[in-house]
Design a protein around this ligand. Structure first.
Ligand SMILES: C[S@@+](CC[C@H](N)C(=O)[O-])C[C@H]1O[C@@H](n2cnc3c(N)ncnc32)[C@H](O)[C@@H]1O
Length: 308
């Protein structure tokens, strides 16, 4: 089915909790979404130097995968999303927190928030699903709602990495025989480069503090100038924390191998073998949980999923 607007695309995916989780990052259950949420929350915490008093905004919060892990550690967390169904699923998952707000967006604007109302903001796996104009408009809005000295952390698919290019080429192949006069899905995966991200950040009014691009993701950290923020010192801290912010080489390797399985170049049993030794890194239990969940959904093609 081809969707012509963001809202209907994401609402359609998020009619059930499991559908919404699969749409946000491929997780099929609460246990997996907690594991991936902790991983992403750790990256955001390091990048944004989150503190217990920060007012934090997440653009495109989905089921509150990351907010669930951050809310206990910040002053106030607010999630916004274009999909009413995603917001409903997030409300269910986050109802136990009393420092959380959620709202549905109606267009590419954060007009419900006054200027300078948040200390930190982040946006993970969202700009990849929209037109470049909307990506830039949101960055400009994020600049407006951040306080001077505030920080923004976000990501985008990275055409300039080997694995990122491979991921992009999977998209390209879908369109080889498609009628080019039919508009493509508005929320399909889009890609960028580290340089394009730097240009967007700068024109949206941010100073770039970090731009990591060894993985299939470009991950960017920006600051809204002002309030005496020492940009050089903030850049130096971001560089020093880079290993905890950037997707690791193991993450990239496992992601690449998951693509092998998806396109039939690796047997699922061989993939599982690679995911049995937790000593390889913190990514292993997370990828194992995710992979077994995907296997359970694919039993018709892959055979019965093992219990590990
Ligand atoms: C892949 S999910 C990621 C969710 C969340 N950031 C996470 O990492 O768990 C993308 C999310 O962005 C939201 N989204 C997509 N297009 C949007 C737009 N134009 N404005 C705001 N949210 C959008 C979707 O509804 C969905 O919840």
């Amino acid at each position: 089915m081809t969707f012509q607007n963001y809202k209907s695309f994401w609402d359609n995916k998020a009619t059930t909790m499991q559908g919404a989780m699969i749409a946000v990052d491929g997780s099929t259950d609460e246990n997996t979404v907690r594991l991936t949420g902790i991983y992403s929350a750790d990256q955001a915490t390091k990048a944004l130097e989150l503190t217990a008093t920060d007012r934090v905004l997440e653009l495109g919060c989905g089921v509150g995968r990351i907010g669930h892990e951050l809310a206990p550690h910040v002053g106030y967390w607010h999630g916004v999303d274009i999909s009413a169904n995603m917001i409903a699923q997030a409300r269910e998952r986050l109802q136990k927190f009393d420092n959380v707000g959620l709202s549905e967006l109606t267009r590419t604007s954060l007009s419900e928030f006054p200027d300078a109302s948040f200390d930190k903001a982040y946006c993970i796996a969202v700009f990849i699903h929209m037109d470049k104009e909307d990506f830039f408009l949101y960055l400009r809005e994020l600049n407006r709602v951040l306080k001077p000295g505030g920080r923004i952390f976000f990501d985008h698919w990275n055409l300039a990495s080997t694995v990122g290019w491979r991921r992009w080429f999977l998209e390209v192949q879908q369109y080889v025989d498609v009628d080019p006069s039919v508009r493509k899905d508005v929320a399909r995966n889009q890609f960028t480069t580290p340089q394009e991200v730097s240009v967007f950040l700068q024109h949206a009014g941010f100073e770039e503090l970090g731009n990591w691009s060894e993985s299939p993701w470009v991950q960017a950290l920006g600051a809204k100038p002002g309030a005496g923020l020492d940009i050089a010192a903030a850049r130096a801290r971001a560089a020093a924390n880079g290993a905890d912010i950037e997707y690791t080489p193991l993450w990239t390797e496992l992601f690449n191998q998951l693509m092998d399985v998806t396109i039939g170049e690796m047997k699922p049993q061989a993939m599982l073998e690679l995911l049995l030794d937790d000593n390889r890194g913190k990514e292993i239990p997370m990828f194992r949980a995710m992979f077994l969940g995907i296997w359970r959904l694919n039993e018709k093609h892959w055979g019965a999923a093992p219990t590990v």
